[in-house]
Write a protein that binds this ligand. Sequence first.
Ligand code: C5P
Length: 348
Amino acid sequence: MGCCCGPLVGAGAPVGHTYSRQAFPRPRKEPALSPLVGVPEPVTVRVPAKINLYLGVGPLRPDGYHELVTVFQAVSLYDEVTASPARTLTLAISGEGAAELPADQRNLAWRAAVLLAERTGVEPAVHLDLAKGIPVAGGLAGGSADAAGTLVACDALWGTRLSRPELLELAAELGADVAFGLVGGTALGTGRGERLTPVLAGGRWHWVLGVAHGGLSTPEVYRELDRLRAATDPEPDLLWDQPVAVGPVNRLINALRLQDAEQLGRLLANDLQPAALSLRPELRQTLRAGAELGALGTLVSGSGPTCALLARTEEHAVRLAAAMAGAGVCRTVKVVAGPVPGGRRVET
Ligand code: C5P
């Protein structure tokens, strides 16, 4: 499809930037106090999973990350982070895959609370409860969602009142996908994925997620991609040329804007998919079943192993999910829709 239609990304300045490290000392606004006991009320934040509709991976950078051009979409599958007053930092995890996750400083949510406390000069005194709805290590940015939710929840609990750009700066320090967890919607990501520009994605998009048994380690999948590239090309860096990536990305963004689901299905692409399939060959069956059962497009989500299948309508998604469940090619299936907003406080 030709690409001739003006600017394809949404109006407004990029919502993610590269920032210098800095502290944000400020007078604190007193958080809401419980009328009964005189302590701040717990704060709950709901944060969505993401899928990458396009993921172009460039060369390995000196900082250990790869240059990316990606289109994220936040979908209706959530983790909830509740921050409650406590004397020290503690973490509890419940729900989907909770037992597989560390409840200490190795957890990105823990590190998010520590980073916010350090930068604002407060004690990291909070009890964090993570209620997992996003499959662990599934390529859906569940860990990043928890970190994004922790930033928003602790900022409210501690009354530190960071601005949006300040929160985005901390998010970008924590990981490549954390800023998108704050922003949500549909966005173009560049750099490590943390520089975000909103994309106009009209309408509602319906997806079936094929959730696999077990997870995949994101660094391992990137390493496998480097290995595969090195095996086929002695100078893999030469494969990356941003202007080459821009054509397909613009076509995909155009399909989103025009709500052309057939076209979007054809344009879904993920450079990490060969690496994920190399580590987990059985995912080919999931993708093949999705295509045979009528998905408009199929791809591995991010570093996998979750597979995302595009449906025409919500009703089509429900039928496709039932057929996928019957085919027995994944652990479980979920029907989701996007775009949805990023991490938001919810009343409990
Ligand atoms: O930032 P995040 O913790 O999500 O990244 C996990 C790992 O994935 C990084 O340590 C890196 O090995 C790999 N990665 C990458 N390039 C990116 C994003 C992630 O190589 N743009």
